[in-house]
Design a protein around this ligand. Structure first.
Ligand SMILES: N[C@@H](CCC(=O)N[C@@H](CS)C(=O)NCC(=O)O)C(=O)O
Length: 218
């Protein structure tokens, strides 16, 4: 298996965590999104949206969209499960995942940041306000969903790691890196985040531990 990835990509981090949790190995093919590697013809043929991640298994069609890839991995490699069994529980886990992955993440991706800069001419400080606005709003929603629901346990849903934990860890990791978001205002999410980061699958796939991460970033 090959995973096309970028160190700081929130969507790629989701897939790296899921692969690690499932005990699956993938060769990492790194693309530099800031240099525009995603627009190369060869990559465009694999992923017409020109985004990462893409997961390629020899002899099979390429897989794109991180949440679709997570569902695929769950179907093909059910152990350990990343979704609970019961229907309300599955819906809650998917909802938590989607707050960050579908409602906040699209506002902060490189192509949107570039559009704000190049087409709308917004200065860097205003673009940073934009990033903080969307990342903070989703963080508040997640905190409220976790803090006010007795189904929250050691992890987002009980004591079993799920797709919600994957997406929330990737979200807060981006927020810390892109707008230095502090987690004190989100105590329940912070507790779940640190429980996840104690697991090797989350820690070793962290953006700063990727082969393409700049050495000087802290
Ligand atoms: N919804 C997609 C998002 C994919 C996406 O936008 N990836 C970003 C990196 S996290 C990307 O490749 N951006 C390239 C660009 O914006 O030019 C997913 O979950 O896979």
């Amino acid at each position: 298996m090959k995973l096309f990835t970028y160190w700081r990509s929130q969507a790629s981090y989701r897939v790296r965590i899921a692969l690690a949790l499932k005990g699956l190995d993938a060769e990492l093919i790194t693309l530099d999104l800031l240099k525009g590697d995603q627009f190369a013809d060869g990559y465009r043929a694999l992923n017409p949206e020109m985004v990462v991640p893409t997961l390629v298994e020899e002899g099979h069609p390429p897989l794109s969209q991180s949440l679709a890839i997570l569902e695929f991995l769950e179907e093909r490699h059910p152990e350990p499960p990343l979704l609970p069994v019961e229907a309300y529980a599955r819906a809650r886990v998917r909802a938590l995942a989607q707050v960050v992955a579908m409602d906040a993440h699209p506002f902060i991706v490189p192509r949107v940041r570039k559009y704000l800069e190049n087409e709308l001419g917004l200065p860097e400080a205003t673009r940073n306000t934009w990033l903080a606005h969307w990342l903070t709003g989703a963080s508040q929603a997640v905190e409220s969903m976790l803090a006010h629901d007795p189904r929250t346990g050691r992890f987002c849903h009980g004591d079993q790691v799920s797709v919600a934990d994957i997406c929330i860890v990737a979200h807060f990791t981006s927020a810390k890196m892109l707008c230095r978001l502090e987690m004190e205002a989100f105590p329940t999410a912070a507790r779940v985040f640190s429980a996840c980061m104690q697991l090797d699958a989350f820690a070793r796939t962290h953006p700063l531990r990727q082969p393409d991460a700049p050495k000087a970033v802290s």
